[in-house]
Structure formats: C-alpha cells, structure tokens
Design a protein around this ligand. Structure first.
Ligand SMILES: Nc1ncnc2c1ncn2[C@@H]1O[C@H](COP(=O)(O)OP(=O)(O)OP(=O)(O)O)[C@@H](O)[C@H]1O
Ligand SMILES: O=C(O)c1ccc[n+]([C@@H]2O[C@H](COP(=O)([O-])O)[C@@H](O)[C@H]2O)c1
Length: 197
C-alpha cells in the first residue's frame, strides 16, 4: 500500500466546536488527506491555569462530533499516555503506529504563534509537516518558523472558541449550531460547564 497522508488535529476540545470541524474538513480537502485524526489532549500543560474537563468527556464529545464524517477519526494516544501532553510525544507515537504514512499536524493561528515554546520544537518539524489555519482575531504567519516545514491556509472564518462556548453554557445561553447537536446534548446530559454549587 502506498503512503497515506494523515492529518493530525490536536486539541483540548473542551468542548469540540464547529471551528475545529470546519478547519479540519477544509484542510483535508485542500491537502488531499486520506484521514484526519483528532487527538484530544491528556493534561494540556499550557492551560494549567484553569480546570480542564475530564479527558473521557472531551474524548466522547470528539467522537460524537466526528462520527458522521468517514475521513475523521479520534485517537486516544495522548489520553492513554497520561500526564501532560506534548505534541512531540503525540507525533512520536503516531509515527510508530503509522510508520509508512506522512503526517500533517494542523494548528490554528493562535497555537502556531506559540509553537516555539513547545517541548522539543526542533524535532517537531522532522516528525510532521505543519499546517497553520486562519482563525478570527489572530495573525497567521510563519516568519519565525523553519522554511518549507509549514504551510499556511485560509479557512472559512468561524469566530468560535471553546472558552466562549463554556461561558455561554454557564450563563444559560444556547450553544446550538456552534457545535454538532450531539455535543450540545452530551454537555446538557453530563451537566458540563455549569456554575459550581
Ligand atoms: N475557530 C477556530 N478556527 C480555527 N482554528 C481553531 C478554532 N478554534 C480552535 N482552533 C484550533 O484548534 C486547535 C484546538 O483548539 P482548542 O481545543 O484549544 O480550542 P479553543 O477554542 O482554542 O479552546 P479555548 O477557548 O479553551 O482555548 C488549536 O490548534 C486551535 O488553534
Ligand atoms: O508540545 C507542546 O509543548 C504543546 C504546547 C501547547 C499546545 N500543544 C498542542 O497544541 C494543540 C492545541 O492545544 P490547545 O492547548 O490550544 O488546545 C494540542 O494538540 C496540544 O497538545 C503542544
């Protein structure tokens, strides 16, 4: 079998929303990717200042959100490794699982801006090609990054963040149409993001 082109969409996904899904779908089409693997983090070390929802809830919401798309899948590598998540470990594990395939790591403009602060950043660019996507409110550029290792892509602007979604649920405001219906129902069923009593 010839090498497949695998997209890797890493995120905290607390919760997953349509901004993530549109970015992944458009990159999949643009780069002719065979599959996009969503990888919910274990503990995201750069979000240490706030409580992140249980990994199993974030994982299940990601499964629900991606289930209807035949080229989307979800990996547990970061959750099952446990502890803090570093993308270098994610990519090393996926390299081992898919030794013959080409990896494309997808990040929004905000994450790409911070990438030089990530662990073992030099190794990162050998493990995967990086694809930075536009995100409302952030500048997308690769001036600080190694030449030829990063592609920049404009995607449909979705002014949605997980922070805003959590805030809306806390305030009793609707989140319908900001994320797939099944994720809205899961949040309600599990009573996520409500003010603590
Ligand atoms: N609306 C969006 N458009 C494009 N990319 C996005 C969008 N939202 C998130 N991303 C990208 O998806 C990846 C995972 O994002 P993450 O799970 O942290 O969501 P978030 O909305 O940024 O969360 P939070 O508000 O909690 O920081 C990151 O690379 C991020 O840049
Ligand atoms: O490897 C790192 O040091 C690192 C630091 C911050 C973020 N990341 C990864 O970037 C992706 C988006 O992270 P976040 O925190 O914006 O949800 C996710 O896959 C994280 O594991 C990775």
């Amino acid at each position: 079998m010839s090498a497949r082109r695998l997209g890797v969409m890493g995120g905290t996904f607390d919760p997953v929303h349509n901004g993530h899904l549109v970015a992944a779908s458009e990159v999949q089409h643009r780069f002719g990717l065979d599959e996009v693997i969503f990888v919910p983090t274990g503990q995201p070390w750069q979000k240490a200042g706030r409580a992140v929802s249980r990994a199993e809830d974030r994982y299940l919401m990601t499964v629900i959100a991606t289930a209807s798309n035949p080229v989307f899948s979800v990996s547990r590598v970061d959750i099952d490794r446990g502890g803090q998540t570093y993308t270098v470990d994610t990519l090393r594990d996926l390299r081992e699982e898919y030794p013959d395939d080409e990896l494309f790591f997808i990040t929004g403009a905000d994450a790409l801006e911070q990438i030089l602060t990530w662990r073992d950043v030099d190794e990162l660019f050998d493990l995967a090609h990086f694809i930075g996507v536009t995100r409302p409110g952030y500048q997308l550029n690769d001036h600080h990054l190694p030449e030829g290792r990063v592609s920049l892509v404009e995607v449909t602007a979705m002014a949605i963040s997980s922070t805003a979604c959590r805030q809306r649920v806390r305030n009793g405001e609707p989140v319908w149409y900001l994320m797939p219906d099944g994720v809205v129902r899961y949040i309600s069923k599990r009573k996520l993001y409500l003010p603590s009593e």
